[in-house]
Design a binder for this molecule. Structure first.
Ligand code: C2E
Ligand code: MG
Ligand code: MG
Ligand code: MG
Length: 291
């Protein structure tokens, strides 16, 4: 971080900043090899049906196990990967790995959807859809069982390119979700044209639900609009029973958040999904669903 050193006017060129830049460069260098070195990992967070709290999907979220620094958040390294042309390679690995995991879960009798997050850069790759289709085929996953989450700001980029990419995803039969909905500036016109199946309301609106009438009205409006457009609505970042109750009352279809489960390993998720009733003594076991 930039520190003011002795009131010097050249404070922007402090050693602290130089170190940050060197660290960035080192991180980038390490990231170039992270896929081949097997340092990337997917954790999974369930989405649940708002009516019965049964699992509907598992969203894959990337983690980087850096040999020296430990776990690094995607918020740190995805933007770095996007800036330096590494996101496509990483994104291809994510799709392959998520399909492989989906196949393993199916063998264990779990048929929930698996969701992957796509970067805008990936949408611009001509081989994105062929790669997804090859992975689905290799692992025998029906296309509609794979959700691709695309951030609203990327989805609303109303260029011919983005629209064509969406059209190809839809033609391939994938389940398209507009992530972080409410943070971009969707026009109803664009939204209507997009062949999406799901709107995922951004956590910022969910956070305020318990105490803000305004947040409630916004979520209500989104749910109504989604109904008109025949889209499913998912709420992300649900942390409290108060938020859950409002969302259920408003007719939100699916819920996701720490109240139900944090992102976890594939093995832990299989155990979690398997235990669909809280233990009789009411204690919070691994599969306990807050009620
Ligand atoms: P996202 O797709 O909107 O994912 C939701 C983020 O919120 C995740 O953070 C998740 O761990 C966190 N979260 C879930 N429930 C709660 C909750 O109840 N409370 C709070 N405070 N947070 C919650 P994470 O895993 O750090 O991922 C951050 C972002 O990084 C994701 O946002 C997504 O945009 C991006 N990302 C993650 N994995 C990938 C990937 O494989 N590819 C791409 N392109 N982006 C990814
Ligand atoms: Mg997402
Ligand atoms: Mg999101
Ligand atoms: Mg988000």
């Amino acid at each position: 971080s930039v520190k003011q050193v002795g009131g010097a006017s050249h404070a922007f060129y402090t050693p602290a900043l130089a170190v940050d830049q060197r660290e960035q460069a080192e991180l980038l260098q390490a990231l170039r090899h992270a896929v081949q070195r097997g340092e990337l990992q997917l954790v999974y967070q369930p989405k649940v049906d708002a009516r019965n709290l049964q699992i509907t999907a598992a969203e894959a979220l990337l983690r980087w196990q850096h040999p020296q620094r430990g776990t690094i958040s995607p918020v740190v390294f995805i933007p770095l990967a996007e800036r330096h042309g590494l996101i496509n390679g990483i994104g291809r690995w994510v799709i392959e790995e998520a399909c492989r995991q989906a196949a393993q879960w199916r063998q264990q009798g779990m048929r929930m959807r698996v969701a992957v997050n796509l970067s805008g850069h990936q949408l611009r790759q001509d081989d994105l859809v062929p790669h997804i289709q090859a992975c689905l085929k290799r692992h025998k996953i029906p296309a509609e069982r794979l959700t691709v989450e695309i951030t609203e700001s990327v989805a609303m980029d109303d260029t011919a390119h983005t629209r064509a990419a969406f059209e190809r995803l839809r033609k391939a039969g994938l389940h398209v979700s507009i992530d972080d909905f409410g943070t971009g500036h969707s026009s109803l016109a664009t939204l209507r044209r997009l062949p999406a199946a799901e709107l995922k309301i951004d956590r910022a609106f969910i956070t305020d639900l318990g105490h803000s009438e305004r947040a409630r009205s916004i979520v209500q409006a989104v749910v109504q609009m989604a109904r008109t457009l025949e889209l499913r609505v998912v709420a992300e970042g649900v942390e409290t029973t108060a938020q859950r109750d409002v969302l259920v009352g408003l007719g939100c279809n699916e819920l996701q958040g720490y109240l139900f489960a944090k992102p976890m390993s594939a093995t832990a998720l299989a155990l979690w999904a398997d235990t669909d009733e809280p233990p009789a003594d009411g204690e919070a076991g691994p599969g306990f669903r807050a009620s």
